[in-house]
Every structure is written in C-alpha cells, then in structure tokens.
Write a protein that binds this ligand. Structure first.
Ligand SMILES: C[S@@+](CC[C@H](N)C(=O)[O-])C[C@H]1O[C@@H](n2cnc3c(N)ncnc32)[C@H](O)[C@@H]1O
Length: 239
C-alpha cells in the first residue's frame, strides 16, 4: 500500500525515525535483541525504508545486506548512504512490490530475512512468506515486526477481530498529517501464514519501551509500558 509518507516525505521520515520514541526506543531495540548473530551473514531487509537497519546490520558484521522497498525514494536514500559510507560492495538496494514476493532472490541465498514494520501494508501475506521460506537457507531465521493485532483492533470499522480490514488514518510522524493505509488482521491470520508456508515460530515478543522514554515523555512511557503497540515474531526454516 503506497503512502506519501514513504515517497514524498521519505527524507523527513528518515530524519524523524533516527531518534523518535516508536522506532528508536521501542521497535528497533526490541527487534534487534531478537536477531541471531549476523557476523559474516547475508541478510535481506524487506521494506527497508531509508536503511537504518542496513547500517545496523553492517556495523554488526553482516557480509551483505539486500535492501528491498516499494518506494524508489527510500531505495535512493539507502544507495546514497551506502555510497557515502563506502560500502556499496556490501549493499544491494532495489525497488520491488513485496506483495508479489521475491522474484529476484535466488533459492537458499540468505541466512537471515528481516522485515521491520512492513507486512501490515500487504493484503495477502502468503506470496511473501512463501518466498521468504524459499530464499532462506536451512536453519536461517525470519524476524519481523508489525502492528499488534490488539492495538489495531481499536481502529476496527467492522467490529470483527477475525476479519481483515483496510484502515486509513492520518499520521503525524513527520510533523504534519499524512494519510497512511494498512491492513488490520488477527494474530491467527499472521501465525497461519507463517506456519502454512513452512516457517516455524521460535519467539514472540510484544516489545519493551526503553527506560530513556521516561525522561523524554512520561505520559507516552506510561502508555507504552501498559499497552501493546507492536508484535515481533521470529521464525526459522528448519530444512
Ligand atoms: C514503516 S516503514 C519501515 C521502514 C524500515 N523497515 C524501518 O524500520 O525503518 C515501511 C516501509 O515499507 C515499505 N512498503 C510498504 N508497502 C510495501 C510493499 N508492498 N512492497 C515493498 N515495500 C513496501 C514502505 O515504502 C516503507 O519504506
């Protein structure tokens, strides 16, 4: 689902998420803590955005990071950063609609696939999850985060938790309202799409807001300490 948030406002988005509460002090620390060692590993980042995860993975010793995003603006940010950092030999970045899976990625070519905060933009998770299984090497991991189904149920129009719904909201992430549409779905739909595509769930986390947020915004800290916002799932391809 395309949004101006990730095209017209790609640079603003990149700037904001460097140190905002939801990405820098909740999402990234939680997902990063769930990653296996990346030293010498080949990683694919689905919905890579402006490349904050690519920078982290390379700093942690990944040998190659393939960054894929629908938005050409985000892909350009990733390529420009890789060039500036002199790591173009380790970063491949290209535009691709991930609702169609991973047609450009070879079988058993990745040790780790990550997808921070992207899968809620896909109506059907199956084409992508089937390809994640195909692209992973045996023993490889898939770690992703998405909106927590209980949190998203607060936006329901139908009142049916088990039905998938397209929700459209205005988000103030970049300091002005930008329309964003995403799919709200049940936990059952997410976990079935994983297991039916051969991925074995090994860990689920509901995230933990960092202590620093207490000083930054006490009310937000209180809220995020008591309410789920994102869900984080780690899976493995056994064979
Ligand atoms: C919330 S941002 C997360 C970016 C990055 N993963 C991060 O954590 O900083 C979601 C990203 O998913 C991308 N995206 C949304 N729908 C997509 C699709 N169908 N195919 C590929 N990328 C998509 C957007 O362009 C955007 O860059």
């Amino acid at each position: 689902m395309k949004s101006k948030m990730y095209s017209t406002f790609a640079s603003e988005y990149d700037e904001v998420i460097q140190d905002n509460i939801y990405n820098a002090y909740l999402e990234r620390p939680t997902l990063q803590a769930m990653l296996p060692t990346v030293v010498g590993r080949e990683v694919v980042d689905l919905g890579c955005g402006s490349g904050v995860y690519a920078q982290y993975l390379l700093a942690e010793g990944a040998s190659k990071v393939t960054c894929i995003d629908y938005s050409e603006d985000m892909v350009k940010l990733v390529s420009d950063k890789a060039e500036k950092a002199g790591v173009t030999d380790k970063v491949v970045a290209y535009a691709q609609d991930l609702s169609k899976g991973l047609p450009n990625e070879a079988d058993a070519s990745a040790d780790l696939v990550i997808s921070p905060l992207m899968v809620h933009y896909l109506e059907d998770l199956n084409p992508l999850f089937s390809d994640v299984h195909r692209v992973l090497r045996a023993g490889g991991s898939f770690v992703f985060s998405t909106h927590h189904p209980f949190a998203d149920f607060e936006c329901t129009i139908s009142g049916n938790y088990f039905g998938r719904e397209l929700i459209t909201e205005q988000w103030n992430t970049v300091g002005k309202p930008v329309e964003v549409s995403f799919y709200r779905r049940s936990l059952t739909e997410i976990t079935n799409a994983l297991t039916q595509n051969g991925l074995v769930i090994t860990q689920i986390s509901e995230g933990e807001v960092a202590e620093e947020v207490k000083e930054m915004d006490a009310d937000r800290y209180e809220y995020l300490s008591k309410n789920p916002n994102f869900i984080f799932i780690k899976c493995q391809k056994l064979a």
